[in-house]
Design a protein around this ligand. Structure first.
Ligand SMILES: Nc1ncnc2c1ncn2[C@@H]1O[C@H](COP(=O)(O)OP(=O)(O)OP(=O)(O)O)[C@@H](O)[C@H]1O
Ligand SMILES: [Mg+2]
Length: 263
């Protein structure tokens, strides 16, 4: 499969803090690729660098094999890179349709065209019945869908989703998963930052794990979730060994209940 996005040895320093530390990974064309890691690992910073909102201190970003490191955010949007924001801030005074049209204006200068495109995208993400409502009236789940729609309305080839499931209840998460899958099925490659593991496991083809700015594991979701380095990053030093010991103790107890021999 061809590579759509390449993050090459990206480092980002904020004064004395290294938020992203020599991170490299690829996103395959047509994939849903995960970027996970504990709070403060540098995920949102990396998204900002990929989309051109923040310059990297060093390293490069290539899109379709072309170096886009020097391009500003609006040029990268034209190239087909769109991101959602972790903290959603819709224009509360505008309707849902008008908010989505803000994204659509990137490729449709005519207001009527942009609003028509906004309707299409809004329906795709399940906001059809809310298009005329004021964005300020949306629930958290509605605002997350709006954020997704606004990015999708720029007609990206790569969509960067930053915690679009955060704050949703389990049934809202279940409703959102097919929306993300349908976007991929329509030909958009997705890089997703997400803390909801059940979603990461079922949506992603491959996952990259960031901890303290460094990529510590990459691969299939199931193998990454078993990786002791990943368990340590999430649960603290010695966690993998403790879990192993706990698992062994549970096995011994279960064997004892079944009357199994020690060996
Ligand atoms: N503009 C900034 N100036 C200074 N420090 C920053 C800035 N943006 C992020 N940081 C710091 O960089 C580190 C990485 O932050 P970032 O928001 O990228 O993490 P994250 O992985 O997205 O975390 P979360 O899962 O909580 O969203 C943190 O220590 C954060 O405080
Ligand atoms: Mg973040």
């Amino acid at each position: 499969m061809s590579v759509l996005l390449s993050v090459k040895s990206v480092t980002k320093r904020f004064g004395g803090l290294t938020a992203v530390d020599d991170a490299s990974f690829d996103v395959a064309s047509g994939s849903i690729t995960g970027l996970i890691g504990p709070n403060g690992a540098g995920k949102t910073t990396l998204f900002a660098i990929i989309a051109g909102f923040e310059p990297a201190t060093s390293g490069a970003v290539a899109f379709e094999g072309r170096d886009v490191t020097a391009l500003p955010a609006h040029r990268r949007a034209m190239e087909g890179i769109a991101r959602t924001f972790q903290i959603v801030q819709p224009f509360a005074g505008l309707s849902v349709r008008e908010n989505i049209a803000v994204g659509a204006f990137l490729r449709h200068a005519d207001r009527k065209d942009a609003l028509g495109r906004a309707d299409e995208v809004g329906r795709k993400v399940g906001l059809g019945p809310m298009l005329d409502q004021s964005a300020g009236q949306l629930t958290v789940a509605g605002r997350k869908r709006l954020e997704l729609a606004r990015a999708l309305a720029t007609e990206p080839r790569l969509l960067l989703l930053d915690e679009v499931l955060a704050g949703l209840n389990p049934s809202e998460i279940r409703d959102m998963m097919p929306v993300v899958q349908a976007i991929r099925a329509s030909g958009v490659t997705i890089l997703i930052v997400e803390h909801v593991m059940q979603a990461v496991m079922s949506l992603c083809d491959s996952v990259n794990v960031l901890a303290q700015g460094r990529i510590i594991a990459s691969g299939a979701p199931a193998s990454v979730a078993r990786d002791p380095k990943v368990i340590e990053a999430y649960l603290g030093q010695g966690a993998a060994a403790r879990m192993q010991a706990q698992g062994d103790a549970q096995n011994v107890a279960a064997d004892a209940r079944r009357g199994a021999p020690d060996a």
